[in-house]
Design a protein around this ligand. Sequence first.
Ligand code: ASP
Length: 433
Amino acid sequence: MPWYKKLHWQIIIGLLLGLLWGLMSTQTGLNDFTKNYIEPVGVIFVNLLKLIAIPLVLASLVVGVAKLNDITKLSRMGGKTIMIYAATTVCAITIGLIVVNVIQPGKALPEETRIELMASYSENVEQRKDSVEEALERRPLQPVIDIVPENVIQAFIDNSNMLQVVFIAIVLGIGIIQINKKQGEMLVNFFDAFNEVIIKIVDFIMLLAPYGVFALLATVIIDLAGDDLGRALELLKALGWYSAAVIFGLLLHLFIVYTSLFKIFSNMTLSEFFRGIRPAMLLGFSTSSSAATLPVTMERVERNLGVHEEVSSFVLPVGATINMDGTSLYQAVAAVFIAQAVGMDLTIFEQLTIVLTALLASIGAAGVPGAGIIMLVIVLNSVQVPVEGIALILGVDRILDMCRTAVNITGDAAVAVTVASTEGKIVAGNFEE
Ligand code: ASP
């Protein structure tokens, strides 16, 4: 197959053209045209992905659980998954802390830029206060309570209830194993066929991916730059060290932590892994949403990385909701950056507090654009760094959100490969396609 027909190249081309279009549009006054006629293509693409996420998780997890010949396997797999998720997230936060303490981007921020940023974004922070207060008022065990829905229909209404759907699918799968074999098989066959249909639909949607990505990128650029590209570039420059610290930390995490995971637990090489997962990474980058990317992550992990559905149908939806290595690393860097910029020196004890709170805050962040910065408030509060400091980093948040989301997705896929390897549930994948 010629290179340009490969999916990831088509997505990369869409991405670059979207970037160029966005830049051109801000320079030539075509922003209205882009908003009216190009943005909708991106919105439709993301909606299509979100549309199939819940049916996909339900069907594949019911089948996965119902085909388990041994239910204890499920709890073993669950335990392993949660432990590896927590461990990789703690590694991510630690890397973030090391990088931000070495680079010290907050100290490089000129005083007048700080004042200017605070002034221009403080209104924006005010607007977010409601979501912030909501996040702070939650009881410690509320996330656990939220996993058990009181109504089936309600659980399916909102994509942010993914853990509830996981819960229902597991209960349904276990129920199916317990009933009369013939009847059970009927249901499994039904969900199996349904699952196949959804996977076919994912294939159709992916045909749209290059166009969707083009539209998403063009929209991001005009949202960022507005009519004044020069100002946006200035902002990028002012927050250059901070952005570099986040991106450098994310790269370190990608290469150090996942390489180590594979070395210890799996025979897969990092390059095979990246070749299999790259279209999902690119989509995560373009959509800034782990939840919207989930169908593609699942398809790639199963089909290209060879992970058995029994594992992927459980590990990935849970990961898209609670495992955010990129977000937690970013939160650690952002918290220390703001502290540095306002002249606070955080003690080692305070930095350890960040490890814990960033772990919780990333678990609590939803897989949607901008969720990480809302939950950052929890981290800032825990070490008494002024929440208003968020104004300093808002301007570049969308770009960093794209990068951290790509890492969030990669983290989920890496853990799926790891758990599958330890369970002997991995077959030869098709890394190239
Ligand atoms: N956008 C991220 C995600 O969907 C969450 C975040 O804002 O960090 O994974």
